[in-house]
Design a protein around this ligand. Structure first.
Ligand code: NAP
Length: 345
């Protein structure tokens, strides 16, 4: 029986606020058996890359009424990742295969439910870690949200918040490829520059420097907004509502500014939805999984043709994963936040 030391990141206790790095703890002394038992229908993987995603904050709450259960305090947290199969009792997965799906925040994970794992065909032209970013859940969220929820038309005026992040940067680029006029908001000058200089947005602004968001949006959209891709919630949503055009669409993808389950900010300007006949729709990317093959093909081609670029923020080492996750809620990440546990694929 081969045993290895297995560093893990555990949740200390439930919270109901924005996560801090100190809400998680690195456990150094922990052993794992690198074999899998015959008949266990499980696989043992070595984790290579872990994805930091805002939804994980909701799993750090005890009181949770969503689609994924809360994490268990004292146990390693889990998330989407890219892993290499070390041992397998599942015919579909062989040692050496590279897979993506839910895995533990630890060096090695025993995965008992392999139903939602996907094998990755490595391609020299696409960095492996992009399979949890551009070609993974965030990229797919942008694709499904933009095409299925926003009902885009050429010439539409599109506003994207958290625009330089994992999802926002793809939404903006898809909207440009669709012939839309696109403006993004982000929280630093560096991010604003990335939006206009690297990601091809028509314009961008730093929302933290704007005193009156209603006036700001009127400046960037004098004729109003047709599509708002909502990633942040709070005051931004209220200001956007006042600037929507008749028959505008708001795709509610996320509200990263709203941390607490019990104490969220109110939205005051919903009354404009009536006279402007605005459609505001929440969505989950998982409702559109039938579009995944189409998404992979289209976005892969766009990337290889240089029509889409992707910005990734890579943090090295499992020990730095807690601050990488917490950084999503202070805007520390520039692009898709990934943790490299091991680059030895
Ligand atoms: P991300 O944008 O890569 O990272 C989060 C960013 O949010 C931060 O970098 C920060 O950027 C911004 N932010 C943090 N706190 C904020 C605040 N108080 N006010 C305004 N902005 C704030 O994250 P992502 O993975 O692309 O996710 C974006 C949104 O999509 C999130 O709301 C997430 O929950 C949602 N999402 C939804 C689905 C779905 O199926 N519906 C799937 C994936 C993601 P700045 O520096 O610009 O502030």
């Amino acid at each position: 029986m081969e045993e290895k030391n297995n560093k893990q990141i555990i949740l200390k206790e439930y919270i109901d606020r924005a996560p801090l790095a100190t809400d998680l703890e690195l456990i150094v002394e922990n052993k794992i058996n690198l074999n899998v038992a015959k008949g266990s229908s499980s696989i043992l993987v070595k984790n290579l890359y872990l994805s930091c995603d805002p939804y994980m904050r909701a799993r750090m709450r005890e009181n949770y009424n969503s689609y994924l259960p809360p994490f268990v305090p004292g146990k390693p947290i889990e998330g989407l990742g890219i892993s290499k199969v070390i041992a397998s009792d599942v015919p579909d997965f062989q040692p050496g295969d590279i897979v993506t799906g839910f895995t533990g925040w630890e060096e090695y994970s025993l995965i008992e439910n392999t139903k939602n794992l996907r094998k990755i065909q490595q391609d020299d032209d696409i960095p492996l870690s992009y399979h949890i970013g551009l070609l993974g859940m965030p990229g797919f969220t942008a694709y499904a949200g933009f095409y299925e929820v926003c009902s885009p038309k050429k010439g539409d005026r599109v506003f994207v918040s958290a625009a330089s992040g994992a999802v926002g940067q793809i939404v903006g680029q898809l909207a440009k490829l669709h012939g839309c006029f696109v403006v993004g908001s982000a929280g630093t000058k560096e991010k604003v520059d990335l939006l206009t200089r690297k990601l091809g947005f028509d314009d961008a602004f730093n929302y933290k420097e704007e005193k009156d968001l209603d006036a700001t949006l009127k400046r960037y959209f004098p004729e109003g907004i047709d599509i708002y891709f909502e990633n942040v919630g709070g005051a931004m949503l209220d200001a956007v509502l006042l600037n929507m055009r008749i028959h505008g669409r708001i795709a509610v993808c996320g509200m990263v500014s709203q941390h607490s389950y019990h104490d969220t900010e109110g939205t005051h300007n919903l009354f404009v939805m009536i006279s402007k006949r605005i459609r505001m729709q929440g969505f989950l990317q998982s409702d559109y999984l039938h579009l995944y093959p189409e998404f992979s093909q289209v976005v892969c081609e766009y990337y290889k043709q240089g029509k889409i670029v992707y910005i990734e923020d890579m943090t090295d080492g499992l020990e730095n994963a807690p601050s990488a996750l917490a950084g999503l809620f202070t805007g520390k990440n520039v692009g898709k936040q990934v943790v490299c546990v091991s680059s030895e694929a």
